[in-house]
Ligand binder design. Structure first.
Ligand code: LLP
Length: 448
């Protein structure tokens, strides 16, 4: 039976989502109402099949459309967790990390160091040292300061890291300004051509640095293919420039991540296959035109791997009716487990876990002491009472990984579901966890 009027877009939901014989939503063969009873709410639920499917879609498409070597890296910032890292690695993806914490997680998940690529605009000496000691695959160097630091630590350790230089391609992708990165006024990447030339001169003269290639990431939650094609053109033009000016060969081109997903019905992203085919074909024709050998092509998807695979199940708490204005329905989580609405004005679709027809329009609010803690404005729902469950779709990316403990709410548990089985892949934070790093100095009554 169709549910709400606004929530019938199938690609908003994980591929295994269906309404079961009890009239409740299930994912991966697991009833969301049962999961809520067993593991409590708020609860993140990740669908294993949807993740594997998305990873395979990238890997198959790149093999089908790109005759040169290639690698697809999971941008682990989207959802950084041991099990998720392991899962996408099992499917054949490498991992992209942006901090010592993400690097440590990838290593603990058993990702071979050479399949880990280290990104970021301000890597610390400690982070670089750890990455060098572990022998990770590539350093995506963002600026000259980092190049100098990396070179000096590498010399000290007697190693020769492989470097990809990140550039600012100067491309406007139409997405939220906070998650746009390819344009000129951004903290990321080397400006063209001066900073790139300077970095290249330094790199070539350094005995402990090896140049591999170029990277241009243009932003996130992107629906247009054109900025990707423009990015490929910029990177290939730079390959010619580097060869002519510095006599170096660009053997790897990394076009970043950024493919959007459909959070609401009006969102219309291209498919993974369409994105990869467009990039690959432009790479092939662009290389032919410029008489370049096909470099290794790297992609770094995050959101499009895990976004649609994840949902958050909440329990309804209080209701506040303001006649003629609106009804607030509050749930047991909010901005700490999903900061995207308050941060980016992100929109989501939600439904009652127990399927029933829409009876009212409510504003779904969180439980934080902050008026802006609203998850969804004007959501059609059946008339729900305290204790009923709601599922918010598409919370797999940038929710758990951006979660906070605001108002001292513990981070929710996360379960991975497949074939009727649920496994906890992140434990719920307990009250004890929340105070475990607080310290009472002796003058305030604490012990020495
Ligand atoms: N590569 C680089 C260099 C990146 O900076 C990012 C994302 C990715 C790959 C992966 O992009 P994706 O495929 O996930 O779009 N917190 C924001 C998104 C920030 C994205 C940061 N960089 C949000 O919740 O929308």
């Amino acid at each position: 039976m169709p549910l709400t009027d606004q929530a019938c877009n199938q690609h908003i939901r994980p591929m295994t989502a269906r309404v079961n014989a009890h009239g409740r939503w299930e994912i991966g063969g697991c009833d969301l109402g049962e999961l809520a009873r067993t593991y409590g709410t708020p609860l993140y639920v990740m669908d294993e099949d949807t993740i594997r499917n998305a990873a395979q879609a990238y890997l198959k498409a790149i093999k089908a459309h790109y005759p040169g070597p290639s690698e697809v890296l999971y941008a682990s910032k989207a959802l950084c967790n041991l099990a998720i890292n392991r899962l996408v690695h099992e499917e054949g993806m490498g991992t992209e990390v942006v901090s010592g914490g993400e690097l440590f997680t990838a290593l603990k998940a058993g990702i071979p160091p050479e399949r880990i690529h280290f990104q970021g605009n301000n890597k610390s000496p400690e982070e670089l040292r750890l990455a060098l000691e572990e022998g990770i695959g590539r350093f995506m160097v963002d600026n000259l300061d980092e190049l100098v630091l990396l070179g000096s630590i590498a010399a000290e350790l007697g190693v020769r890291p492989q470097v990809i230089l990140r550039v600012t391609p100067g491309i406007e992708a139409h997405t939220h300004e906070y998650i746009r990165t390819g344009h000129i006024d951004t903290k990321f990447g080397l400006d063209l051509p001066q900073q790139l030339d300077e970095a290249m001169r330094y790199l070539r003269s350094h005995p402990h640095l090896q140049f591999r290639g170029l990277q241009g990431h243009i932003g996130s939650q992107i629906f247009d293919l054109d900025p990707y094609l423009a990015n490929v053109d910029v990177l290939l033009d730079l390959s010619v420039h580097l060869e002519r000016t510095h006599g170096v060969h660009v053997s790897e081109i990394d076009v970043g991540g950024g493919l959007g997903i459909a959070y609401v019905e009006s969102d219309d992203p291209p498919s993974i296959e369409a994105l990869v085919a467009a990039i690959a074909e432009r790479m092939v024709s662009g290389c032919q035109e410029r008489k370049l050998d096909l470099p290794k092509l790297l992609l770094e998807p995050g959101r499009s791997i895990v976004g649609t695979a994840g949902v958050t199940v909440y329990s309804v708490g209080t209701r506040k009716d303001i006649p003629g204005v609106r009804t607030f329905l509050s749930v047991d989580g909010g901005m700490p487990d999903n900061p995207r609405p308050i941060t980016y004005g992100a929109q989501y679709v939600a439904e009652a876990v127990q399927v029933a027809s829409v009876e009212e329009v409510v504003t779904l609010a969180g439980k934080c002491c902050e008026s802006g803690d609203v998850l969804i404005t004007d959501l059609g729902l059946p008339r729900l009472k305290a204790g009923d469950q709601i599922v918010v779709w598409d919370t797999g990316a940038y929710c758990y990984s951006m979660a906070s403990n605001y108002n001292r709410l513990g981070r929710p548990a996360m379960v991975l579901v497949a074939d009727g089985k649920a496994d906890v892949i992140a434990e719920r934070e307990t009250l004890a966890d929340l105070v475990s790093r607080d310290r009472l100095p002796p003058r305030l009554g604490g012990s020495r």
